[in-house]
Design a protein around this ligand. Structure first.
Ligand SMILES: Cc1cn([C@H]2C[C@H](O)[C@@H](COP(=O)(O)OP(=O)(O)OP(=O)(O)O)O2)c(=O)[nH]c1=O
Length: 190
């Protein structure tokens, strides 16, 4: 029996995988999320996704383990989660009226091998007034999310258009992840 584990504390990633009606467990461990600033955004998210997956894989060496990491990149600057309201405001102010890229890295560790990839999606924000930004922060949504917004929630009102995989912006590029899982020998029952 093949065992699948999502190495993440993100409720969004869990929900995206649940949509596929796969049977899996969730297990996360605290890993150091610092990174070498010389790395490219794609390299950063792959490295962090791999740290998350490896930490869990140690406890479940016979399982298929998925780890993921998402960052927002504007003008070459990597934006993670905001520490407070002020930082959320300055991130959203910087993103307003502009195009940024969301990178999600995914690592799949199987008993035989490791597969690592990243997916880039471009997102265009509407121009936003300070009032709109403050109203959005008041929803409480920005605080556990890279770039201070969630495209799947109230944040959908900020987004003018996207080019790429919507699900990758939410935190997991599900279709590529499942294809890679299959390639790695995981049997998808449907
Ligand atoms: C841009 C964007 C990010 N996010 C979320 C996805 C991730 O949960 C979070 C980025 O932080 P991550 O560090 O990638 O993930 P996490 O800390 O939430 O969970 P874990 O490390 O345990 O897997 O931002 C959204 O939910 N919607 C969005 O539109």
């Amino acid at each position: 029996m093949q065992n699948l584990i999502l190495a993440s504390s993100s409720p969004r990633r869990k929900e995206l995988l649940e949509n596929l009606h796969l049977t899996f467990e969730v297990s996360s461990s605290d890993v150091d999320e610092s990174f070498d600033p010389e790395l490219t955004p794609g390299e950063i998210v792959m490295e962090l996704s791999n740290r998350k997956a490896r930490a869990v894989s140690k406890q479940y060496p016979d399982s298929f383990v998925i780890g993921a990491d998402t960052v927002v990149v504007l003008d070459g600057t990597v934006l993670g989660k905001p520490v407070d309201r002020m930082e959320a405001f300055s991130m959203l102010k910087a993103l307003a009226g502009r195009t940024h890229s969301v990178y999600t890295g995914v690592s799949i560790i199987t008993p035989q091998k490791e597969i690592i990839f990243n997916v880039k999606t471009d997102v265009v924000f509407w121009e936003l007034s300070d009032e709109e930004i403050n109203a959005y922060i008041d929803t409480g949504e920005p605080f556990d999310k890279a770039g201070s917004y969630g495209i799947q929630g109230f944040g959908s009102m900020l987004v003018k258009e996207i080019s790429g995989d919507y699900f990758s912006v939410v935190g997991l590029p599900v279709s590529k992840t499942v294809r890679e899982l299959k390639n790695a020998g995981y049997v998808i029952p449907h």
